[in-house]
Design a protein around this ligand. Structure first.
Ligand code: SF4
Length: 89
Protein backbone atom coordinates (compact mmCIF):
# COMPACT_ATOMS: atom_id res chain seq x y z
CA UNK A 1 0.00 0.00 0.00
CA UNK A 2 1.27 3.46 -0.83
CA UNK A 3 1.48 6.18 1.78
CA UNK A 4 -1.21 8.32 0.11
CA UNK A 5 -3.62 5.35 0.10
CA UNK A 6 -2.99 4.66 3.78
CA UNK A 7 -3.66 8.28 4.71
CA UNK A 8 -6.92 8.18 2.68
CA UNK A 9 -7.98 5.06 4.60
CA UNK A 10 -7.28 6.88 7.88
CA UNK A 11 -9.25 9.91 6.66
CA UNK A 12 -12.28 7.77 5.78
CA UNK A 13 -12.02 5.95 9.12
CA UNK A 14 -11.99 9.26 10.99
CA UNK A 15 -14.86 10.76 8.94
CA UNK A 16 -17.17 7.97 10.06
CA UNK A 17 -16.37 8.49 13.73
CA UNK A 18 -16.20 11.14 16.44
CA UNK A 19 -12.52 11.84 15.91
CA UNK A 20 -10.36 13.37 13.20
CA UNK A 21 -6.86 13.12 11.83
CA UNK A 22 -4.21 15.36 13.29
CA UNK A 23 -4.25 18.56 11.16
CA UNK A 24 -0.42 18.50 11.08
CA UNK A 25 0.22 16.86 7.70
CA UNK A 26 3.94 16.38 8.34
CA UNK A 27 3.19 14.44 11.51
CA UNK A 28 0.67 12.26 9.63
CA UNK A 29 3.22 11.65 6.89
CA UNK A 30 5.87 10.58 9.43
CA UNK A 31 3.42 8.21 11.15
CA UNK A 32 2.43 6.70 7.79
CA UNK A 33 6.11 6.13 6.99
CA UNK A 34 6.50 4.36 10.34
CA UNK A 35 3.47 2.13 9.86
CA UNK A 36 4.57 1.17 6.34
CA UNK A 37 8.11 0.50 7.55
CA UNK A 38 6.70 -1.84 10.19
CA UNK A 39 4.62 -3.57 7.53
CA UNK A 40 7.76 -4.06 5.42
CA UNK A 41 9.79 -5.40 8.35
CA UNK A 42 7.15 -7.34 10.28
CA UNK A 43 4.34 -8.00 7.80
CA UNK A 44 1.77 -6.02 9.82
CA UNK A 45 0.73 -2.37 9.95
CA UNK A 46 1.96 -1.80 13.49
CA UNK A 47 1.87 1.36 15.57
CA UNK A 48 4.92 3.44 14.76
CA UNK A 49 5.52 4.75 18.28
CA UNK A 50 5.07 1.82 20.63
CA UNK A 51 7.43 -1.09 21.15
CA UNK A 52 6.89 -4.69 20.14
CA UNK A 53 7.92 -7.51 22.43
CA UNK A 54 7.90 -10.07 19.62
CA UNK A 55 4.73 -11.86 20.79
CA UNK A 56 1.65 -12.32 18.61
CA UNK A 57 -0.56 -10.92 21.40
CA UNK A 58 1.40 -7.69 21.58
CA UNK A 59 1.47 -7.34 17.79
CA UNK A 60 -2.33 -7.59 17.70
CA UNK A 61 -2.56 -4.79 20.30
CA UNK A 62 -0.33 -2.66 18.10
CA UNK A 63 -2.22 -2.96 14.82
CA UNK A 64 -2.97 0.54 13.57
CA UNK A 65 -5.58 1.86 14.09
CA UNK A 66 -5.51 0.34 17.57
CA UNK A 67 -8.18 0.44 20.27
CA UNK A 68 -6.99 3.91 21.21
CA UNK A 69 -10.16 4.96 23.02
CA UNK A 70 -9.19 2.60 25.81
CA UNK A 71 -5.90 4.45 26.36
CA UNK A 72 -5.42 6.89 29.24
CA UNK A 73 -4.01 9.45 26.84
CA UNK A 74 -7.35 9.49 24.98
CA UNK A 75 -9.29 10.15 28.20
CA UNK A 76 -6.85 12.82 29.38
CA UNK A 77 -5.72 14.49 26.16
CA UNK A 78 -8.26 13.43 23.50
CA UNK A 79 -5.71 11.89 21.16
CA UNK A 80 -4.28 8.49 20.39
CA UNK A 81 -0.87 7.66 21.79
CA UNK A 82 0.98 8.80 18.64
CA UNK A 83 -1.19 11.81 17.90
CA UNK A 84 -2.61 10.34 14.71
CA UNK A 85 -6.26 10.71 15.78
CA UNK A 86 -7.75 13.54 17.81
CA UNK A 87 -11.18 13.87 19.38
CA UNK A 88 -13.36 16.29 17.41
CA UNK A 89 -13.92 19.56 19.26
S1 SF4 B 1 -1.74 4.94 18.92
FE1 SF4 B 1 -2.46 5.96 17.04
S2 SF4 B 1 -0.82 5.61 15.55
FE2 SF4 B 1 -0.51 4.14 17.22
S3 SF4 B 1 -1.65 2.31 16.57
FE3 SF4 B 1 -3.05 3.52 17.77
S4 SF4 B 1 -4.16 4.72 16.28
FE4 SF4 B 1 -2.31 3.98 15.27
Amino acid sequence: MKKEELIKVWERFAEKNDFMLNPDKEHISALADGVLENEKNHGLKLCPCRLRDGSRERDLELLCPCNFKSQDVWAKQGRCWCGLFFRKE
